[in-house]
Design a protein around this ligand. Structure first.
Ligand SMILES: Cc1cc2nc3c(=O)[nH]c(=O)nc-3n(C[C@H](O)[C@H](O)[C@H](O)COP(=O)(O)OP(=O)(O)OC[C@H]3O[C@@H](n4cnc5c(N)ncnc54)[C@H](O)[C@@H]3O)c2cc1C
Ligand SMILES: *[C@@H]1O[C@H](CO)[C@@H](O)[C@H](O)[C@H]1NC(C)=O
Ligand SMILES: *[C@@H]1O[C@H](CO)[C@@H](O)[C@H](O)[C@H]1NC(C)=O
Length: 553
């Protein structure tokens, strides 16, 4: 990048038009040569030669398709958003090591993408550093299930749906407790916690990790023993992109019954939705641990009053057992919902996964092997944790705000059970005992509207409205629902770690301090960084090397 340096003394003599020309043409030359240098460096640092075809630059016809492939949030694919210099898709673990060594050597900022579901696009866009490249792990996706040892080694680029499929292929009575959406990449997903419909029985995906292989900031591959318990603790819930690159997770499988029951029962305001939801808030975390009932809330057409709207609350559930036992539990604990035998669908665990993920009934489980995402949208989301039931008046105010937005969506997710039994400091994910449920707020829109700001303002207003009803000091948030409104790391700031206490304690509560200490120990130069990565606490050494050496960026 030194090619681009123009002595500021001469700057004023250069006409602005010429400067623009000079900059754009030399940027092109510089990026082509950076890609060449990177490839050369990879080859010098690899046992096997790295194929040219693993690179894709913007001048390649397949670039947009590849960039978009797993990217979930269409907001971060717009033309105005910064694009990577190139995308490198490693075929071997050792390529990942070499990529760390080379991007360090060539001072190119690196982003890592597994499943591309990051809410703020952090795995494929850098708004704070340029140039940057993407290391896309999409081709590192093997899943090795070993039923005898009750475990599986899964590679970071696999989707969680592929993991579920490969487990079910070998056994009908084994499963894994992680995300509901089956296209999530295990690389990013499990680093932030990974909750799903079995969390009340078995905890999070991250609670069920027993070993891992990561590439650290020095390009070494480390397993649990080699990385030590501090780093192994940090990567299970401390969020992606801060400590190293996960290559593999070793997962502990959990037992599932051969018959699982699912149901969805929707109630509108005309069907007493507010009263029933008030009751759900009191029972959802106390129900039998085999039962997970989440509530999906949106605005629907009012079938009673033509042309008017109503709020729909859909109770979407998975029960680890048969319908008879489920009906008995519901009759005792939550009769207000009025669940009947004909609402219940008895099925296998893997088919219950498809049901909860929203696939139409009859979809074969093989769909999970396509690893395709089902939710591509322009969207903005936020999260809250609720520790006391919201009174009915609070809910009524919430409905009013939902009516103001075109496509609002909320998902209320029950806690309790195993979630309340695991200590807050066991892994970095801290939202445990005392949490009744988590709220996710979402708004989605179409590009054509061209009025992103209106939606962003709406969700901010909603979030303000909810403040008195949700957890406070800190107001907790889920790191896997990344929200840059909570604060971002300033580029090259040596005080980022102080500013980060704001968002850091919301995501991690008291665990944030330990995350800062682990980061400072394993990556003091802050190689793995993004808008909301855990910052190191600077020493005078890292301060000296932390500032930009480049002329232009
Ligand atoms: C439609 C949808 C549904 C969702 N459902 C759930 C759910 O049911 N449960 C739940 O818990 N969460 C859910 N999430 C949130 C999800 O867990 C996070 O977005 C998660 O970070 C996605 O991981 P990824 O690999 O797909 O994303 P990516 O965008 O690839 O990565 C996310 C972050 O992790 C980093 N990262 C990626 N790979 C690695 C790696 N190998 N090593 C280290 N860092 C890495 C990235 O740089 C980025 O910062 C959902 C998200 C979406 C969009
Ligand atoms: C374009 O990118 C693809 C990978 O997406 C690669 O296989 C191909 O070789 C690239 N072509 C050129 C000319 O770089
Ligand atoms: C941050 O760096 C500046 C100089 O760049 C220095 O003056 C300041 O004291 C540093 N702050 C901390 C907290 O280290």
């Amino acid at each position: 990048m030194r090619v681009l340096f123009i002595n500021p003394k001469y700057k004023s003599f250069v006409s602005s038009l010429f400067l623009v020309f000079l900059l754009s043409s030399s940027t092109w030359v510089a990026s082509a040569s950076l890609q060449e240098s990177f490839l050369q460096c990879l080859n010098e640092n690899s046992q096997f030669s790295v194929p040219y075809s693993t690179f894709c630059a913007p001048n390649n016809a397949t670039f947009n398709t590849l960039l978009q492939s797993s990217a979930q949030n269409l907001r971060y694919l717009e033309a105005s958003v910064p694009k990577p210099l190139f995308i490198f898709t490693p075929l071997l673990d050792s390529n990942v090591q070499a990529a760390v060594i080379c991007s360090k050597q060539l001072k190119i900022h690196l982003r890592v993408r597994s499943g591309g579901h990051d809410y703020e696009g952090l795995s494929y866009v850098s708004q704070i550093e340029s140039p940057f490249i993407i290391l896309d792990l999409a081709k590192l996706r093997s899943v090795k299930v070993d039923i005898d040892s009750n475990s599986a080694w899964v590679q970071a680029g696999a989707t969680i749906g592929e993991v579920y499929y490969r487990i079910a292929e070998k056994s009908k009575v084994h499963g894994f407790p992680a995300g509901l959406c089956t296209s999530l990449g295990v690389g990013g997903h499990i680093t932030g916690g990974a909750y799903g419909s079995m969390m009340r029985k078995y905890g999070l995906g991250a609670d069920n990790v027993v070993d891992a292989r990561i590439v650290d900031a020095n390009g070494r591959i480390l397993d649990r023993e080699a990385m030590g318990e501090d780093l192994f603790w940090a990567i299970r819930g401390g969020g992606g992109g801060s400590f190293g690159i996960i290559l593999w997770w070793k997962l502990n499988l959990v037992p599932v019954p051969s018959i699982v029951t699912v149901f969805t029962v929707a109630k509108t305001l005309e069907q007493d939705a507010t009263k029933i939801l008030y009751k759900w808030q009191q029972v959802a975390d106390k129900l039998d641990e085999d039962l997970f009932i989440r509530v999906i809330i949106n605005v629907a057409a009012n079938t009673d009053k033509k042309g008017q709207k109503t709020v729909s609350t859909a109770y979407n559930a998975q029960f680890l057992g048969n319908a008879n036992r489920l009906l008995k539990i519901m009759g005792e604990s939550f009769p207000e919902l009025g669940l009947t035998r004909k609402d219940c669908i008895e099925t296998s665990w893997i088919k219950s996964v498809l049901y909860i993920a929203g696939y139409p009934s009859g979809t074969p489980p093989e769909v999970l092997l396509q690893g395709k995402s089902t939710f591509k949208n322009f969207f903005k989301a936020k999260s809250d944790f609720v520790r006391d039931p919201i009174p009915e008046t609070g809910l009524e105010g919430l409905w009013k705000r939902l009516y103001e937005e075109e496509s609002p969506l909320m998902i209320w997710n029950p806690y309790g059970g195993m979630m309340a039994k695991i200590s807050e400091t066991q892994i970095p994910f801290p939202h445990r005992r005392g949490v009744l449920y988590k709220i996710q707020y979402l708004t989605t829109w179409q590009k054509e509207e061209g009025n992103e700001d209106r939606h962003l303002q709406w969700i901010k207003k909603l979030y303000n409205y909810m403040a008195p009803y949700v957890s406070q000091l800190p107001r907790e948030a889920y790191v896997n629902y990344r929200d840059l409104d909570l604060g971002i790391n300033e580029k090259n700031s040596n005080t980022s770690y102080i500013e980060a206490i704001g968002w850091g304690t919301r995501y991690f509560r008291q665990n944030f301090g330990r995350l800062l200490r682990v980061k400072t120990k394993v990556d003091p130069d802050n190689f793995f960084r993004h808008e909301q990565s855990i910052p190191p606490i600077p020493t005078s050494e890292s301060l000296r090397f932390g500032s930009s050496e480049r002329g232009f960026d």
